[in-house]
Design a protein around this ligand. Structure first.
Ligand code: GLU
Length: 484
């Protein structure tokens, strides 16, 4: 047994941002671990020095933190099996590469890049899969030692035995088989002495006692190499679970060209982490019923690898938007207040001061009408600034030669009340209509235009009450001046 308690890991290569596919992998590992009280490990696979991006690890960790995906062991936190950054484990990998050489499961390769390019070109010409031709496997011990002592650049390659069937069980795909004839003699240690993904990944999964390898389908074709390595090192093979691909609506592989792929972009657009997590959880998994709205605790209690699909999962942005609305509706006014305050700083109204009571009043009347909290500043702009124009169609339909006089009368009534309540605004309106022998609508619509500039929105008395007496009066004066 690898470990008594299930241990899983998310093992991203830091590319500078967290891809939504990466978020899904991290989430499934997290949910799996939480569901069965296992451990979730974060390991950074940063051995490709050409791809090194400054700040990428910090960025990745802060994105995971934002999403609420907390790990038990990993960088910044430590743990029994660290370090958790592969670049800090280089000596460990070379030890195992040496062991593989001793066992004749790996060998030194001194081929120049010119030779390898030529080989590849010839294979391409013959329509053959590009594979190393095991040239250096034939070197004698003497030749190898001579090359090594003269410092000839070299790599270490996996010695794949041809003619074998490599079998492994995948929790999602069941039995998977590959012929070893299509498995290349993979480079394990590069000329810069750094390991490749394959060696480092297997060594670390073993040393970190990983019981389940849950990762994207794009790694399925690497798994035979890993199985060969596990067998060569006589290590127990973990359970694999390859998650379905993420697809665009047209079933092509999810790509930047058709929309955002970085978690950060969704965060910037104002999506709630609860919505994004809920959405991503459903990309390839279902509890087996029609339920779509999930809080994180429900995801943890219902998640199981048994219900992960094989077929690709379509990234449906409409569904994400819907979930965002649903999660927004569930938030308390106080939570929304916190969010609105932070959005206020990034809005064109930053610098303006509003007390909590004012903003909560706005939230209460606007919350059901928006999908994103920042939409409050767009749809309910009139709570933050005076309208400078009036909706043209609204004016045409709702403003007549009586409107100015009616609003003047309404204004006079309001002026006489010290601190008007919602009822005061309403009673004044009814009185005005009665006095003019007209319907309430002939007061409401011009009044709405005056205070908001638009024809739709929350209840008119709510608007009036929130903006208050002074602004109500000023805005009535302004519309009369502008439209008459
Ligand atoms: N470093 C690989 C990645 O970037 C990890 C794949 C795996 O989980 O084995 O996704």
């Amino acid at each position: 047994m690898i470990s008594d308690i299930p241990r899983v890991r998310f093992a991203p290569s830091p590319t500078g941002y967290l891809h939504v596919g990466g978020l899904r992998t991290a989430l499934y590992n997290y949910l799996f671990a939480k569901n069965i009280k296992g451990k979730f490990i974060l390991r950074i696979e940063d051995t490709d020095r050409n791809r090194y991006v400054q700040g990428a690890v910090e960025n990745l960790i802060s994105t995971l933190n934002w999403a609420g995906i907390d790990y038990d062991e990993g960088p910044e936190k430590g743990g029994e099996y660290g370090p958790y950054l592969q670049s800090e484990r280089i000596d460990i990998y070379s030890q195992y590469a040496d062991l593989l050489i001793k066992k004749k499961k790996a060998y030194y390769c001194f081929c120049s890049s010119e030779r390898l390019t030529k080989l590849r070109e010839e294979q391409q010409k013959q329509n053959k899969q590009s594979m190393y031709d095991k040239h250096c496997l034939g070197l004698t011990g003497e030749e190898i030692n001579r090359n090594l002592s003269t410092g000839l650049p070299h790599v270490i390659r996996l010695n794949v035995e041809p003619g074998k069937v490599i079998k492994f069980n995948d929790h999602i795909r069941e039995d998977v088989e590959f012929s070893s004839n299509v498995v290349d003699d993979q480079v394990l240690i590069k000329t810069d002495k750094y390991p490749t993904y394959h060696l480092a990944n297997v060594v670390d999964d073993h040393l970190m006692k990983i019981t389940h390898v849950i990762r994207g389908e794009e790694w399925l074709s690497s798994t035979p190499k890993h199985v060969i390595l596990y067998e060569a090192l006589e290590w127990e093979i973990p359970i694999f679970a390859h998650l379905p691909l993420l697809l665009n609506a047209d079933r092509s592989k999810l790509s930047k060209r058709q929309g955002d792929v970085a978690v950060e972009d969704y965060k910037k657009k104002g999506y709630l982490k609860e919505a994004l997590i809920n959405f991503v959880a459903l990309l390839g998994w279902t509890a087996g019923d029609d339920k779509e709205y999930y809080e994180i605790d429900e995801l943890i209690s219902s998640f199981s690898l048994d219900r992960v699909n094989k077929s690709g999962a379509i990234f449906d942005i409409e569904k994400l938007n819907w979930l965002n609305e649903e999660h927004l509706r569930k938030k308390s006014d106080i939570e929304l207040l916190k969010m609105l305050r932070s959005e206020l700083q990034d809005s064109k109204f930053s610098g303006q001061e509003y007390n909590d009571e004012y903003l909560i009043n706005v939230i209460e009347v606007m919350r059901e009408t928006v999908s994103f909290i920042k939409e409050i500043f767009e749809k309910g702009f009139y709570f933050f600034e005076e309208p400078t124009t009036y909706e043209e169609a609204g004016v045409k339909k709702r403003w007549n030669n009586q409107s100015a006089e009616i609003l003047k009368q309404y204004k006079t009534k309001i002026e006489l009340i010290t601190s008007p309540t919602r009822e005061d605004y309403e009673n004044a309106l009814k009185d005005t209509a009665l006095q003019n022998n007209t319907g309430n609508g002939n007061v409401i619509h011009p009044l709405r235009l005056a205070v908001s500039g638009v024809t739709g929105g929350p209840g008119i008395f709510d608007i009036l009450y929130i903006i208050g007496k002074e602004k109500t009066i000023n805005r009535i004066k302004a519309i009369i001046e502008k439209l008459n």
